[in-house]
Design a protein around this ligand. Sequence first.
Ligand code: GDP
Length: 434
Amino acid sequence: NPTIVLVGRPNVGKSTLFNRLTKTRDALVADQPGLTRDRHYGLGRVGERKYLVVDTAGFDPVAKDGIMHEMARQAEQAIAEADVLLFLVDGRSGRTPHDEEIAARLRRAGRPVLLVVNKAEGMDRAAVAADFHALGLGDPLPVSAAHGDGVRQLVEIALAPFPADEEPAAAADAGPRVAIVGRPNVGKSTLVNALLGEERVIAFDMPGTTRDAISIPFERDGKHYTLIDTAGLRRRGKVFEAVEKFSVIKTLQAIEQCNVVVLVLDAAQDISEQDAHIAGFVLDAGRALVVAVNKWDDTDDYRRERIKAEIARKLNFLGFARFHYISALKSSGIGALLKSVDAAFAAAMVNLSTPRLTRTLQAALAKQAPPRHGVFRPKLRYAHQGGSNPPVVVIHGTALEHVPASYVRFLEHTFIEAFKLQGTPLRIQFRTAH
Ligand code: GDP
């Protein structure tokens, strides 16, 4: 999926545009209790096209020192990894010296830049265009992030040069595409080496650019898998070594491209915000998930209790996933981890028949009907499958907009239980019969 990166000085409306661009693809996920969100990275969709959005809000690309400098470094990384940069300026305040500094930086970025004039509602387009043309970044595109004017066209222009995505359709014998993700130093490269150590690594191509994650096909116990690396691995003799810094964008891309995520956590440390953000992104993307709590060899009883309590408190929205306590370094727990990957993949790709889904729906309704909402009484009539990875259950009926989020979660839970789907989230979609 193409990565769109938003750049601009403070107050030009980057966060407002970010929110427009990432209007959650599935509003129901938003109701997941405990799910923390990182407002700087999000997924968006126009029609069938998916894209990733990074907001560099709070990053000052021209800061020279301190915390601002660290943020600037992150902004630099996002700019370097962008497929397209949206440079936002403010039509109301006109062109400023700060805009000019950023423009100078972006002209050197060597990435495609679209100049976007925000807050342009009701303004004279010709005058705005003339003012910002002087930035030397081509014709400005006027939008109103707050009102939504011009946003869809903007996304279409931004994405036009990129080929439409292919869904990660797993050929039956190619097995699951598995992304190993986690923050730096949790043991991702060590786990990749443990997985590949004694296994037959099938030849694979190194990517042309360092921005692309590598895919490493391998076989274990006669089964095929493809690992999608996010640690920036390079092969050195028999082992893989990380040669690059952690990249959030690469992590999010890998999550989007895979069938099953293995989220690696470090048992020796508390759950950080970054862990929770990555986990939240997995849930947003609807991927199957297995959690590997690594460095279990390096923990005492106190630490083990503590990390379990931390997980229960901070990652409570990952209840659908199986947790494994492993040591990548000592290669322990790896076989069981892969079994859960298999199970999660099977669950994510399951075929659910309409009669069985409808029977399960009827049983759920018999047990607990959706509550009446004022004069509205939602009627749920029948269900069929609307997609895989994650499985989507489409429910037909009337007054469905009045079904509360808590009841949707009850339905999700009911289908997960009824079909014994271990390791994948499940989505419910409502379709109103007319
Ligand atoms: P990455 O940044 O997530 O790829 O992490 P690495 O695989 O480079 O590991 C970071 C550090 O943790 C290295 O020093 C590893 O040797 C160490 N490490 C990785 N897995 C384990 C483990 O299972 N147990 C212990 N004790 N250390 C580990």
